[in-house]
Design a protein around this ligand. Structure first.
Ligand code: NAD
Length: 429
């Protein structure tokens, strides 16, 4: 997907437009006000440990040379090595990397995974690169940030504009320089070189698990609910198909061109996902279509925005009809919309919990790499299920105990864990 998830397509009526860093800091402030975590710890968490900026020279296929800028932001590693994606996108910048690294810190903490938060990328449009150029750029980037990464230091993964092949090149370049094969330096690799089975489906699977738990929590039955899913890619299609398999009616799905709507339920296995046929949703059936804007406002029980960021805004939050919104994408709900939905009694299950299956199975991949042992897909899925149910129970306990939103509860769980770790380790010197 090439869209920038965290750009600010919010309406003019929305008074604040936030960068990912501003959003991450605001969320930290809100969570801090709900916990007893020491002010000094909160102050430390407002700042990344470091942000590395590198120049990456690339010999183009025609023999000319271009120089690209790359970043790696490392936010906090009190609970373990930094973990987070590498993004190839023209709008990558240092602040965005820091904001996204902070989100990774919270996401790993809410899942109780022994990682901290990192994020990085290269300011480049990958569509402008040939495969050979992409490989050379990735290898040189790996070399430029080699001192910062490593299986016990900082572990990159795919993100926008990068994929399993990118991770394979990165791992190979790093291993060549270190003189030994080190698969645990990145996750999201092809299984043949230490990638994990089930990694690709994991974020969608976690969205489905969390949606199922939320439906049950609000005394509904999967058999009786209708669900609309925006974005039919890795996250959206995997979540939709699982929920369909478990008995729910998936009444609408969409891709970048628009959506299909059938109040009796769609055959989700037959509708092509982004991977199976990019932009194939509308080609599958051109009757009963809805726009992406209409899909969000359908009269359904559950809405899963799983495409891009900032799609539920001050403009449409009043018209969202679903009672439960499960965030499959990162940051689909603006802060103003979040407040409106909360006031309207809607339940928003936040991204840092719902789509955390991706980083959770990345953790499983790292364990497999370190132990040189492959887990079956069944084991991966079983362990993911258990991890999601544990995290769900922890967040639910805060929702029940304090009468706060699911988002606030997830941040409280994360911040408490990070705060306790900081207190236990202390500040040196
Ligand atoms: P993907 O590229 O596989 O699929 C994206 C889907 O969204 C496609 O169907 C595309 O056509 C559609 N889409 C693109 N722009 C749209 C728009 N403006 N309106 C409606 N639909 C649009 O991407 P993905 O991996 O499924 O990621 C989706 C979201 O989930 C992103 O926010 C991503 O950051 C987040 N996420 C992904 C993972 C992961 O590992 N894949 C993990 C956590 C979070």
């Amino acid at each position: 997907m090439t869209q920038k998830q965290t750009t600010h397509s919010e309406s003019d009526s929305e008074s604040t437009t936030e960068s990912p860093l501003e959003t991450a800091r605001r969320q930290l402030r809100t969570a801090a006000s709900r916990t007893d975590v020491d002010d000094g710890v909160i102050e430390r968490l407002k700042h990344p440990t470091r942000v590395v900026e590198v120049s990456i020279p690339l010999e183009r296929d025609d023999g000319s040379v271009d120089v690209f800028t790359g970043y790696r932001a490392q936010h906090d590693d009190v609970r373990g090595p930094y973990k987070g994606g590498l993004r190839y996108h023209p709008e990558v910048n240092a602040d965005e990397c820091v904001g996204l690294a902070m989100w990774m810190t919270w996401k790993c903490a809410v899942m109780d995974i022994p990682f901290g938060g990192g994020k990085g990328g290269i300011v480049v449009d990958p569509k402008d690169l040939s495969d050979d150029e992409k490989e050379r750029l990735t290898r040189r980037f790996a070399e430029e940030i080699r001192d910062e990464v490593g299986p016990s230091r900082d572990i990159p993964a795919p993100d926008m504009g990068t994929d399993a092949q990118t991770m394979a090149w990165f791992m190979d370049a790093y291993s060549m320089q270190e003189g030994e094969t080190i698969p645990g330096v990145v996750t999201g690799k092809p299984p043949v070189i230490g990638g994990s089975y089930g990694r690709e489906e994991a974020p969608g699977r976690s969205v489905a698990i969390v949606a199922r738990e939320a439906i049950e929590y609000y005394d509904e039955s999967l058999d009786d609910v209708s669900i609309a899913v925006q974005g039919y890619g890795s996250v959206g299609a995997n979540a939709a198909r699982l929920l369909d398999e478990w008995g729910a009616d998936i009444v609408a799905v969409s891709d970048v061109n628009g959506g299909l709507y059938d109040p009796d339920g769609l055959q989700t296995q037959d509708v092509p996902s982004h991977k199976e046929e990019p932009e194939g949703v509308m080609r599958y059936d051109s009757s009963n279509t809805v726009s992406n804007e209409e899909l969000l406002e359908l009269d359904v029980d559950v809405l899963i925005p799983a495409a891009i960021g900032n799609v539920i805004t001050a403009d449409n939050a009043e018209r969202i009809q679903a009672d439960i919104i499960v965030e499959g994408a990162n940051g689909p709900t603006t802060s103003t919309a979040d407040t409106i939905l909360h006031e309207r009694g809607k339940h928003v299950i936040p991204d840092i919990l719902a789509n955390a299956g991706g980083v959770t199975v990345s953790y499983f991949e790292w364990l497999q790499d370190i132990n040189r042992r492959t887990w079956s897909k069944e084991r991966v899925n079983d362990e993911l299920e258990e991890a999601m149910l544990d995290a769900w129970a922890d967040v639910k306990a805060e929702v029940d105990g304090r009468d706060i939103s699911w988002r606030d509860a997830a941040y409280v769980v994360a911040l408490n864990r990070i705060g306790e770790a900081k207190e236990a380790r202390g500040l040196w010197p």
